[in-house]
Design a protein around this ligand. Structure first.
Ligand SMILES: Cc1cc2nc3c(=O)[nH]c(=O)nc-3n(C[C@H](O)[C@H](O)[C@H](O)COP(=O)(O)O)c2cc1C
Length: 245
């Protein structure tokens, strides 16, 4: 089983490519969490894949919450693939506090953190996606062979930095600056896509309720670009994964 979390499609694409290449099934963590059902246990000898974006040098807290619900046999093979704009920090060591990992891989993908910076230039996006596509067959072969591969695990020092950055990020990432603009068409997609069900519609317009992990699903996927984070995203081009286009 491959479980993935994805706000703008990068990790979803990686998970689906891994599923194709390994003959496994890719399942959305958001859907499992929204169903309120416990995921089935990963039994002895089975393979578990976890795919997710890096948030502030660590796995998103949503992914950690999901991992804590998993029951995984001691001799199951567990691999993880993170997608990231540029630096995974101590992501894997952080995850290892919650689950044993047999192998881990980091894939550079276009950055989606529009609060920090806008969409990367088209040629940079193209280059990252082409490199990512080249990495996937080898990862699939290693996973199928259940090969231990822990090179992407960073040093203990970067893990300590991660602890500090991720703790501060999870404490202070706030939805207070999100707002909808007059371009809003009341379609409700933002509320539907929010993994944490943190958005409701009031008179057709989104309202955020304080439980936000900053995944950027609402702002990036809005078909009318009608969501902003304060003023800083006003002139920034949105990003969602569009490799096939
Ligand atoms: C809140 C947040 C924090 C992020 N932090 C990092 C980071 O520390 N390092 C990094 O390389 N990319 C970072 N990114 C970029 C994403 O990890 C990257 O774009 C990822 O591929 C997005 O995956 P998705 O499309 O599946 O949601 C961050 C993105 C967000 C939204």
């Amino acid at each position: 089983m491959i479980y993935y979390f994805s706000a703008t499609g990068n990790s979803k694409w990686v998970a689906e490519e891994l599923a194709k290449g390994t003959g496994d099934l890719a399942v959305s963590i958001t859907e499992v969490m929204k169903s309120k059902q416990l995921p089935p246990p990963i039994k002895s000898g089975e393979t578990l894949g976890l795919v997710f974006p890096v948030f502030a040098f660590a796995p998103p807290r949503f992914v950690i919450d999901f991992v804590r619900k998993l029951h995984v046999a001691d001799d199951a093979f567990v691999y993880t693939v993170c997608t990231m704009g540029g630096a995974a920090g101590g992501t894997f060591r952080y995850l290892e506090k919650f689950i044993k990992l047999n192998s881990c891989y980091a894939i550079k993908m276009p950055s989606n953190y529009i609060v920090m910076s806008g969409r990367e230039p088209a040629d940079k996006i193209k280059e990252k996606l082409a490199k990512a596509e080249l990495m996937l067959p080898a990862i699939c072969e290693s996973v199928k062979a259940k090969k231990a591969e822990l090179k992407a695990r960073n040093s203990f020092v970067s893990f300590l930095l991660t602890e500090a950055v991720a703790t501060l990020f999870n404490k202070f990432a706030s939805d207070k600056a999100f707002r909808s603009t007059d371009r809003c068409t009341n379609c409700g997609l933002c509320a539907k896509l929010c993994p944490l069900d943190n958005i409701t519609l009031e008179n057709g317009r989104p309202r955020w309720h304080g439980n936000c992990m900053h995944c950027m699903a609402c702002i990036q996927n809005c078909p009318a670009a009608a969501i902003d984070y304060g003023n800083r995203t006003r002139d920034r081009e949105r990003y969602v994964f569009d490799f096939l286009k």
